[in-house]
Design a protein. Structure first.
Length: 275
């Protein structure tokens, strides 16, 4: 951990969401999100809105943003217990925030989208974190036409939101490879722990080059990132980091080909009590 950010600035978060079961299971990662949320609400004004960059909404050409008064809840998973399909996230939309994001991002970079809603990359972390669906929420897609460096640059343009009452939450996993999960579950592969540790060190050091320049012949990285969509949200949390921000890592676990590591940028005192 490093020095804390100004107390009036909301933190930026990257939350490892793992399986949808995380949101209904009494597990260390879910408990950590809850403690973090309690700390946040106790020490800072309630967020005016939440901007959630989700691994589960991929677009091309432009970055899409949910629009509408009450975007729908999307149960974008199969084969889970019935209680997961009963989870709803009836948060108000935030069309005013769509306009602000478009202003900050610049012309021709983002677009509103009324066809999408809140997938489990959104409510799978916001509900354990804050325990409420009352805060206006905006989901943001991953534009897969962008390079990692371009994702980071887009994120940097949105940094002023943190001083405007917007809680930026990026939702994904740093190590995420479902193709080899079944044969690796219950173990800690050297490649997975090694890649996670490399990214952790880069986050603490502010080393964006390591975060964005992933070589195609880097075997550990290719195994860890795999299809990429769960890693890219991390760049949005890292991209809005500001001078004076501290960095705190928590839930830094690896199970097979999945890590649950989460990151806070801002006042590291908010991470008190987290493992």
């Amino acid at each position: 951990m490093t020095n804390p950010a100004p107390s009036t600035r909301l933190p930026a978060l990257f939350l490892g969401h793992g399986s949808p079961m995380t949101m209904i299971t009494d597990c260390p990662e879910r408990r950590a999100m809850g403690i973090l949320g309690q700390n946040l609400l106790a020490r800072l004004p309630a967020p005016r809105a939440i901007l959630c960059i989700t691994a589960h909404w991929e677009t091309t050409g432009l970055t899409h943003l949910t629009t509408g008064v009450a975007p729908r809840t999307i149960h974008d998973f199969r084969g889970f217990p019935p209680e997961l399909y009963e989870v709803t996230y009836p948060a108000p939309g935030a069309d005013w925030l769509v306009a602000r994001v478009a202003e900050l991002a610049g012309q021709g970079r983002v677009t509103g989208d009324g066809s999408w809603g809140f997938d489990h990359g959104v409510y799978g972390v916001v509900l354990p974190l804050l325990g409420t669906s009352e805060i206006p929420t905006l989901a943001m897609s991953l534009n897969r036409s962008l390079s990692p460096a371009e994702h980071l640059a887009l994120a940097a343009s949105l940094a002023p939101l943190r001083d405007e009452g917007v809680l930026i939450v990026a939702s994904g996993n740093i190590v995420h490879n479902l193709a080899v999960w079944r044969q690796s579950v219950g173990t800690v592969p050297v490649w997975a722990r090694g890649f996670q540790d490399r990214i952790n060190a880069a986050l603490l050091a502010g080393d964006t080059q390591t975060l964005t320049q992933i070589s195609s012949d880097d075997e550990a990285a290719q195994l860890a990132i795999n299809s990429g969509e769960h890693y890219l949200p991390l760049l949005y949390a890292a991209g809005v980091r500001q001078p004076g921000d501290g960095v705190a890592l928590f839930s830094d676990t690896v199970d097979g080909s999945l890590s649950m590591t989460s990151v806070l940028f801002g006042d590291v005192g908010l991470a008190e009590g987290l493992a």
